[in-house]
Ligand binder design. Structure first.
Ligand code: GLV
Length: 317
């Protein structure tokens, strides 16, 4: 049986599966392991099942024992792992696509609704009590008839587009390449971000964090949006230059933001906390029981497939 270090506590069904499949080292207290602890704990192991809270950078990967052949990330995103460093050391890296698309798209829609309809301010007023209803009290932006720009029309982006379309939004998108007509489902393609952002009353960021997408929302690109646009992010914090977005929110160039992901999680830029129109969540994209079990089970299956066949369909490096 292969010996696998599982860095974070999983839901019981998945731990049961891991216990049957491998000689598993569990993290029963769900302690947040330091990088050096991951290196230490992985001695004698064949693989590691990591979470997005594990920073597997070049230095950490270099120090892993040579017995480690796979890092199976319990997430669709893999920005926490240096893929090249892993490849150089002969370590396969895998992720968990598809199984979290529906849950994440639901949070993507919540961000759009929450930011456009001023949910943060509404929740606070409701809790404080004594609000005074008036015809223009906490009026927000109606979604029906507004243009939704989707940056990254993969599985999650397509699902958000489908739901948003049913709410009466007009869908625009940018992707590295234009989709086939059936996947486009009536959406308008933009072959560059300037064109997409100029056509976005609301933006939903759904693309992976890569060198190309890092800080794609910045001081310059924020000016491409129509005045009063809304920016939402269900993908990764690295795609937004926080200072630029906070400044744009403060000057009302950007009307509201809906964010589930941040640079430096969980220490988000404190500027967001002072902005009433920021609807912020603590990285809940895939947080439903079914989805978290499906993700962990897939992360386990990825390891199993890799050791049984020498490869894995979800290998990303
Ligand atoms: C969640 O954010 C994931 O990448 O799986």
């Amino acid at each position: 049986m292969k010996k696998i270090l599982i860095t974070r506590k999983l839901i019981k069904d998945s731990e049961d599966k891991a216990a049957k499949t491998f000689n598993s080292l569990f993290n029963t207290n769900d302690e947040l392991y330091s990088q050096s602890k991951v290196v230490k704990m992985s001695q004698g192991c064949d693989g590691i099942l990591t979470s997005l809270t594990d920073k597997m950078d070049k230095e950490t990967i270099k120090k892993l024992p040579d017995t480690i052949k796979i890092i199976s990330n319990f997430a669709v995103g893999f920005g926490n792992i240096d893929l090249n460093a892993a490849k150089e050391k002969g370590i396969a890296v895998t992720n968990t696509p598809d199984v979290l698309s529906d849950a994440t798209a639901e949070i993507g829609i919540l961000l759009i609704l929450g930011a456009c309809r001023r949910a943060s301010e509404g929740i606070q007023s409701a809790k404080e009590g004594g609000w005074k209803w008036s015809a223009d009290y906490l009026i927000g932006k109606q979604l029906t008839g507004t243009r939704l720009g989707i940056l990254g029309m993969g599985r999650i982006g397509q699902k958000i587009a489908k739901i948003a379309k049913s709410l009466g939004m007009l869908i625009h998108y940018h992707n590295r390449s234009k989709l086939s007509e059936d996947k486009e489902n009536g959406a308008t393609y933009h072959n560059n971000i300037k064109s997409l952002f100029s056509a976005s009353d609301v933006l939903s960021i759904c693309c992976p964090a890569t060198k190309e997408t890092e800080n794609m929302i910045n001081k310059e690109t924020v000016e491409y949006f129509p005045k009063g646009a809304v920016i939402t992010n269900v993908a990764r914090g690295d795609i937004i230059d926080d200072e630029a977005l906070i400044d744009a929110l403060n000057r009302r160039k950007i009307y509201a933001a809906g964010l589930d992901v941040y640079k430096n999680e969980p220490n988000l830029n404190p500027g967001y906390l002072k902005i009433k129109s920021a609807f912020i969540l603590p990285h809940l994209g895939s947080a439903t029981k079914d989805t978290r079990i499906a993700m962990a089970n897939l992360a386990i299956d990825n390891i199993d497939e890799f050791f049984n066949t020498g490869n894995c369909v979800n290998k990303v490096n």
